[in-house]
Design a protein around this ligand. Structure first.
Ligand SMILES: Cc1ncc(COP(=O)(O)O)c(C=O)c1O
Length: 434
């Protein structure tokens, strides 16, 4: 049992989420339910910020909202005075509904549409992170037509392969994201942007992957970006004001995961940039990071009710819960691993190893392949741990199952931040054929 699980138990051995009893939450709001420990979210953001502040570096901690994007989450991030990045008109719209300060939003994406770019320009978004030549031309035409200017950055693929699952690697050269440095694409993009009077080129960006456990990739990427910034200063008299090294800081899902602390990642990045900047004699840029998983992930719990059970002689039983791949596609999508506890008997002695199966009509809908648990009974509450990132945000209505409700819990107080979908919601966009 990792540290986080054992800390969160009350005297009756119930799982506690930021001061609230998880079994009570399940009773009050029903299951499946996603419950967030708000103090944990605040703490993660503060931990990131503190490292920059103690190093006296200009910075932005920009929450990668794809991990979990709702009005309530954006309001919480704004309370913590952090930035956000969005990757679609829908995420931007959510931020607008949350009254999120537009100047603190970065807009990512490798195929932003004309409508999405216009929306960003019309709302005076903080910065658009340009991903490809098509987008430069599209944005240029929009700005010209609207007589507007916007801050931009270039997303670069620095040629660094992060040590992680291959679906989570994005910084290597053969990637669908960004301008490749080595082939000269990045320089060509810079020249195009510098020649455009409607674009204010503030800096460069790279995101090398996700669920990364070591600093090496970040150190290498930071060195490469500073070198490039220095070269571009000499060649084009362009000063990089912002160096955005993306997100990807790994978290602990299971006991096998052993990520370093967020502080260590950021400290290594800051020190590398400082060193390289002084070596190359350029002005220290602001450093921006974009953590998503490490802010939302550890704080999230998926609460389910145990239903049926199937014994398979000689193999592990299936314990089925009332959710699954519809509210958490990650295990089916890329064999993501999780751990679970029985919320009303967290520290009870494990008696068996089971498979935690979902209720969706797919054999691959298994949330956990091997979970040691006390013998569970129908009606008990099972909690999957560290499900706060890329769970609800990737949820679907497969099999026409409604998506779960989401609550924020802080110091014992729970607040509904996303209602449970109803069957009526499910058919609300359907049109009759007869
Ligand atoms: C550009 C960019 N920034 C930040 C992130 C967030 O990564 P993570 O959630 O691993 O921190 C992603 C994730 O895909 C991304 O593509």
């Amino acid at each position: 049992m990792n540290e986080q699980h054992t800390q969160q138990v009350n005297t009756t051995n119930h799982l506690i989420i930021d001061g609230a009893d998880a079994v009570d939450l399940a009773k009050t709001y029903g299951t499946p339910l996603i419950a967030y420990d708000v103090s944990a979210i605040r703490q993660q953001i503060r931990r990131f910020k503190k490292v920059f502040e103690s190093n006296h570096v200009a910075y932005a901690v920009s929450y990668a909202s794809k991990a979990f994007a709702t009005v309530g989450m954006f309001q919480l991030v704004n309370q913590e005075d952090a930035h956000i990045d969005v990757v679609s008109g829908g995420e931007l719209y959510t931020a607008i509904q949350a009254d999120f300060p537009m100047e603190k939003i970065s807009f990512h994406g490798n195929n932003k549409s004309r409508e999405e770019l216009e929306m960003a320009v019309d709302h005076h978004i903080g910065v658009i992170i340009l991903d490809n030549f098509h987008e430069i031309d599209l944005l240029s035409a929009i700005l010209e037509a609207k007589h507007e200017t916007v801050k931009v950055m270039l997303r670069l693929t620095p040629g660094v392969s992060a040590h992680t699952h291959k679906y989570d690697q994005t910084g290597q050269e053969d990637s669908k994201f960004g301008f490749d440095i080595r082939s000269g694409q990045a320089q060509q993009a810079l020249q195009k942007v510098l020649a455009d009077t409607h674009m204010d080129m503030i800096g460069i960006h790279a995101h090398i992957g996700s669920q990364i456990f070591k600093v090496n990739g970040f150190v290498l990427a930071a060195q490469k970006l500073v070198d490039l910034a220095a070269d571009w200063q000499t060649k084009f008299n362009f000063e990089t004001r912002v160096l955005n090294v993306g997100g990807g800081f790994g978290i602990r899902y299971t006991q096998e995961d052993d990520p370093i602390a967020p502080e260590q990642f950021v400290d290594a990045i800051v020190k590398t940039v400082q060193k390289q900047v002084s070596l190359r004699q350029i002005k220290m840029p602001a450093i921006w990071i974009e953590p998503g998983r490490s802010i939302a992930g550890p704080a999230g719990y998926s609460l389910y009710t145990v239903g049926s059970r199937k014994e398979v002689p000689g193999i592990r039983p299936y314990v089925t819960i009332d959710g699954g791949m519809g509210d958490n596609i990650r295990p089916a999508l890329y064999e993501a691993q999780y751990e679970a506890v029985l919320a009303d008997r967290v520290n009870a002695k494990p008696e068996e190893t089971v498979r935690i199966a979902g209720k969706y009509c797919e054999s691959g809908d298994i949330l956990i392949q091997k979970q040691a648990l006390p013998k569970s009974h129908s009606g008990e509450v099972l909690a999957l741990l560290a499900t706060g990132a890329y769970g609800y945000s990737m949820a679907s209505n497969y099999n026409r199952n409604p998506r779960p409700a989401v609550v924020f819990v802080e110091k014992g107080q729970a607040k509904l931040i996303v209602k449970r979908e109803s069957y009526q919601d499910l058919v609300s966009l359907d049109c009759s054929f007869v």
